[in-house]
Design a protein around this ligand. Structure first.
Ligand code: Z5A
Length: 209
């Protein structure tokens, strides 16, 4: 935490309902009267958005290239958006952050925890989330939800084992620092998920404010 401003990240596998969760989080922060910005990864600033295009729409990328580009985009995002906002006392809500690298590249691509941890220490350092909302869902349910969405990007085209590995990596990462996480059962109905997010924020309010 810098200057009382808080850094909240939103994570989950495909079709976990992050977009829907973000709406609920915004409503909560509005009610709390917090000054905040919403951003996303990969992306969130011009150079990082260019890297996002390469990441999601290249025909092929080696796993290590993918990892390096995720962190290159993240460095631009941290230096140009996240740190300046937090330093001004503005809260930051990011749709995905470093846990996605542990999950997708460390787990999904099987590069392993250690190499991602090294990059995390090097690039993210102390700019860690105060709260990570993990939208937890079995891959079969999430993938079923996004089936009707049309053209899939490069990562969404992976096989089911990839999604099982990344789901496990998300869960394992959360176990390392449970107090930092709000784990939401994202397989429930829209209403139940919304209530679970509201309740999680209420229980963290004193700590965050
Ligand atoms: N990536 C990475 O590999 N490494 C990294 O370090 C980072 C990212 C930072 C970003 O893509 C990609 O980059 C992502 C990880 C990788 N993988 N891919 N591909 P993105 O930003 O374009 O997409 P996304 O992050 O996967 O999010 P999304 O697709 O926009 O959101 P979502 O969580 O998947 O779900 P949604 O759009 O909110 O909902 C999906 C559908 O489910 C939709 O039709 C909803 O109406 C429905 N839904 C949602 N909630 C419910 C409930 N409760 N019941 C029933 N139906 C529901």
């Amino acid at each position: 935490m810098i200057n009382n401003a808080r850094f909240i990240t939103l994570e989950g596998s495909e079709g976990a309902g992050k977009t829907t969760a973000l709406k609920t989080i915004k409503k909560i922060l509005n009610i709390w009267g917090v000054d905040y910005i919403c951003t996303r990864e990969p992306g969130g600033e011009p150079n990082a958005e260019k890297i996002r295009e390469i990441l999601l729409h290249s025909e092929h990328l080696h796993a290590k290239t993918e990892l390096l580009l995720m962190f290159a985009a993240r460095n631009e995002h941290i230096e140009n958006v996240i740190k300046p906002a937090l330093n001004k006392g503005v809260w930051v809500v990011s749709d995905r952050f470093v846990d996605a690298s542990y999950a997708y590249q460390g787990g999904g691509r099987e590069l392993g925890y250690e190499v991602v941890k090294w990059m995390d220490d090097f690039i993210v350092g102390e700019v860690q989330a105060d709260l990570t909302v993990l939208m937890d869902i079995e891959p079969e349910i999430g993938l079923q939800r996004i089936k009707s969405r049309g053209q899939a990007d490069r990562i969404e085209l992976e096989g089911i084992d990839f999604f099982h590995r990344l789901t496990k990596s998300y869960r394992d990462k959360a176990k390392l620092e449970p107090s930092k996480y709000a784990i939401i059962d994202a397989s429930k109905s829209f209403k139940a998920v919304k209530l679970a997010i509201v309740s999680a924020f209420e229980s963290k309010k004193q700590e965050l404010m």
